[in-house]
Design a binder for this molecule. Structure first.
Ligand SMILES: Cc1cc2nc3c(=O)[nH]c(=O)nc-3n(C[C@H](O)[C@H](O)[C@H](O)COP(=O)(O)OP(=O)(O)OC[C@H]3O[C@@H](n4cnc5c(N)ncnc54)[C@H](O)[C@@H]3O)c2cc1C
Length: 234
């Protein structure tokens, strides 16, 4: 087993390619987007993930790009501070745990695998399990045989849908939705995050490195299953 297809160039995809390559396999990475998806909020690298990035030699690069929020405040509807926390406490981070922009983290992992072929604007349409491998039909019509296919294509994984029957797994809808957008820093805050909650809805507003811009996340509960993809949520 040597030739491996990894689907999805986000967090899991490049990380699994790095390790496969290191131990002698030949991974190929594909991503349906036409470039790395840089969007999203800050994500935490916690506990065991810190051990993994240390072994990959990128802890310093991650630490250099970590978020540098100085203040974390819960406010009421008029903007008065109800409670103030240390940002590390508010984010449940301990010890060496770090928070950083998701897109920057993806870039760090992608930079580690320059020798792994990565095809953007590519996806899979069919998987055919044969005795000696998997025949993959790609969205551009090309067909290739691999020893193994790894789905790293996220929550709504197409690889999973192609490889398994619906009855093989259970997806549990937690009824929680989030829509994230970059907006001008209208609250004019500096290295700070502000949180507001009411009626099962919450807003998280943060401005970190770029004082002109803020990221805002709107979180709400919904039992409507039609809501669930980024554009609808926004
Ligand atoms: C744009 C974006 C923003 C996000 N923002 C946040 C955030 O703010 N906070 C947070 O905690 N988590 C966020 N996440 C989720 C977080 O990245 C993942 O839940 C977690 O890191 C696990 O990563 P993953 O690599 O398994 O999957 P994901 O990060 O979901 O990545 C899956 C990748 O596979 C690609 N893909 C999907 N289908 C196919 C296909 N058929 N063929 C080829 N490629 C495919 C996607 O474009 C994506 O690049 C975001 C994910 C994305 C894609």
């Amino acid at each position: 087993m040597n030739k491996i297809l990894v689907v999805g160039a986000s967090i899991a995809g490049p990380v699994v390619c790095y390790w496969l390559k290191k131990i002698g396999f030949k991974p190929t990475l594909i991503e349906k987007n036409d470039q790395i998806r840089k969007g999203g909020y800050a994500v935490d690298i916690l506990g065991i993930a810190i051990e993994v990035v240390k072994k990959m030699g990128v802890l310093e690069a991650i630490a250099a790009q970590r978020t540098s929020i100085q203040r974390s405040r819960h406010v009421d509807a008029l903007g008065y501070t109800l409670r103030e926390d240390e940002p590390e406490t508010a984010g449940f981070r301990l010890g060496e745990d770090v928070e950083m922009s998701r897109g920057d983290l993806v870039q760090i992992f992608m930079d580690l695998i320059p020798d792994v072929p990565c095809h953007f604007a590519q996806s899979i349409v069919e998987l055919d399990q044969q005795q000696d491998g998997v025949v993959v039909t790609f969205a551009d019509g090309s067909i290739e045989c691999y020893d193994l296919v790894i789905g790293a294509d996220g929550l709504h994984s197409k690889t999973r849908r192609l490889a398994f029957l619906d009855s093989d797994y259970t997806k549990v809808d937690l009824g929680a939705c989030i829509g994230v957008a970059n907006i001008p820093n209208v609250l004019n805050i500096d290295h700070e995050e502000v949180l507001f909650e009411a009626h099962n809805k919450s807003i998280h507003y943060v401005s970190d490195r770029d004082p002109n811009m803020a990221q805002v996340g709107f979180m709400f509960r919904s039992d409507k299953h039609s809501i669930g993809h980024a554009e609808a949520q926004k």
